[in-house]
Unconditional design. Structure first.
Length: 160
C-alpha cells in the first residue's frame, strides 16, 4: 500500500457509497459505506467545520463500523473532543467504533491516548507508512483500507 495522495483525486469522492461529503479550510469528512473518514491539515480544526464531523457522528454512530482519521498536525481542542463524545453519547447504545488515526504528530498521538483513558480502547494511532497495521486494526483488507486512505487524501484541504 502507498501513503501518497496520487490516488486521492476528486473522483474518489464521486463514488455512490461516499456520502455526507464536506471539505472546508481545515478538515474534510465523509461517510464511505459504514466508515467515517476524517482528514485534516496542520491547522487546528475550525469550530464550524468540526460541527460537520460531529453531525456525521450523530447521524451514523449506531451503524458506523469504523473511523479513519488522517491528521497532519493539530487535533481537536478539548471542547471539540467533548463535543464529539457528547454527540455520540446522545444516542442509546452508541460506542466509539474501531478508529485508526494516521499521523506523525506527537500531539495527535497524545489525544488518541487521552481518548482511550475515558472510552473503550477502540482508537489507535499509526505512522502514515504503517497502513497494513492500521488496516488490521480496522479488520479490513489492504485494498479496502487503501481506498479509504485515497478518499481521505481527496478530502484533506490544502493549507493556504
Amino acid at each position: 500500500m502507498t501513503t501518497s495522495s496520487e490516488h486521492g483525486g476528486p473522483a474518489a469522492l464521486d463514488a455512490p457509497d461516499v456520502v455526507g461529503v464536506f471539505k472546508g479550510r481545515t478538515l474534510g469528512v465523509a461517510m464511505v459505506g459504514k466508515v467515517l473518514v476524517l482528514a485534516h491539515n496542520a491547522l487546528p480544526p475550525a469550530q464550524d467545520e468540526w460541527g460537520h464531523y460531529c453531525d456525521l457522528v450523530g447521524q451514523n454512530i449506531t451503524t458506523m463500523s469504523a473511523q479513519l482519521v488522517v491528521a497532519e498536525g493539530h487535533g481537536p481542542n478539548a471542547a471539540q473532543r467533548q463535543q464529539s463524545l457528547d454527540r455520540g453519547a446522545k444516542v442509546k447504545g452508541a460506542a466509539i467504533p474501531p478508529t485508526a488515526v494516521l499521523t506523525r504528530s506527537p500531539l495527535v498521538r497524545g489525544i488518541v491516548t487521552l481518548f482511550n483513558w475515558f472510552t473503550p480502547k477502540a482508537m489507535r494511532a499509526f505512522p502514515p507508512e504503517d497502513l497494513e497495521a492500521a488496516a488490521r486494526h480496522l479488520k479490513m483488507s489492504d485494498a479496502e483500507f487503501q481506498r479509504l486512505v485515497d478518499i481521505a487524501h481527496a478530502l484533506q484541504p490544502q493549507e493556504a
